[in-house]
Design a protein around this ligand. Structure first.
Ligand code: A2P
Length: 272
């Protein structure tokens, strides 16, 4: 591959927009024709809380298209990781899916979000409910030791259409367990519950149905959700969020926010 191919947009003809960092892609991994992960360099001055999102774009226009992306790496990491969908005519992802190592990504300087430990009341067990790329903020939180200081047990649920789409989450958790430091902290306290909806698999079904019929609790060998001890975070499509909210409210959990910590919080996963 020639140098020009590798650095296809490394030298932008456009000035970096105000309040933006221009960072370099350090790795790209494609999982399926719909999903990929990439990592970029981290600006020394960029601070964020694990679970937050930030706006990113490409330096391919005077006024680039920006979209909110959850940061998938933890706050201590020296790179920034993102996990993205590819949409053929998506204003950002039609170009983003073609990035290569050495390319430039624009990232706004301020991050924010509600899927943070501070937005929840203290509890014993934290459930993280995700579908598709909604796993990204949880990829950050489950790699942050602070999560295990606040909760005895962390259950990450990840539901996708088919088995190939589960790979990012499965590798993520396997790598945590293999890591000498994180593995010791997370150990058996971190559990991944993967389900698929459009293919045969050990665990099947939408998370909303598995909560309603109690199968998730049978599968995990846990009691039903109890507002005294259990907390929830939800990230997926708008419909998934709304339906999972209803499911958690049936267990008497209450939606909270940064300025009003309660027993569960939600955030929409990026699409497009
Ligand atoms: P399904 O295959 O039954 O639509 P997507 O890739 O479209 O974002 O979907 C990711 C996963 O989320 C799929 O397994 C999908 O199930 C599931 N899903 C979609 N809508 C909802 C919803 N309203 N509640 C719960 N799960 C949902």
């Amino acid at each position: 591959m020639s140098e020009t191919t590798i650095n296809s947009n490394a030298k932008s003809d456009f000035p970096t927009p105000k309040n933006c960092f221009a960072e370099t892609v350090t790795m790209v991994e494609h999982y399926t024709d719909r999903l990929f992960k990439f990592r970029i360099t981290r600006p020394a001055s960029f601070r964020f809380r694990s679970g937050e999102f930030v706006m990113i774009g490409l330096p391919n226009a005077e006024k680039p298209v920006f979209r909110a992306y959850s940061i998938a790496s933890p706050a201590w990491d020296d790179e920034i990781e993102f996990y993205s969908i590819k949409v053929e005519d998506g204003p950002l992802t039609q170009h983003l899916q073609k990035i290569k190592v050495g390319d430039t990504i624009l990232m706004r300087q301020k991050s924010t979000g509600t899927l943070v430990n501070d937005a929840l009341l203290p509890g014993k067990r934290l459930y993280m409910f995700s579908t598709g790329t909604g796993i990204a903020p949880f990829a950050s939180l489950i790699r942050d030791p602070e999560t295990y200081e606040k909760f005895d047990e962390v259950i990450l649920t990840h539901t996708c259409r088919d088995v190939a789409e589960l790979k990012y989450g499965q590798e993520l958790v396997a790598n945590i367990k293999d890591d000498p430091l994180l593995g010791e902290i997370a150990g058996d306290r971190l559990r991944l519950y993967s389900t698929v909806t459009r293919e045969d698999f050990e665990f099947k079904g939408r998370i909303t149905d598995l909560l309603a019929n109690g199968k998730i609790f049978t599968d995990l060998g846990l009691p039903p959700i109890d507002p005294e001890t259990d907390r929830g975070m939800i990230c997926g499509s708008m419909d998934m969020i709304n339906d999972t909210k209803v499911a958690l409210e049936a267990f008497n959990l209450i939606e909270g926010a940064n300025n009003n910590p309660q027993t569960f919080v939600v955030e929409r996963a990026f699409v497009g």
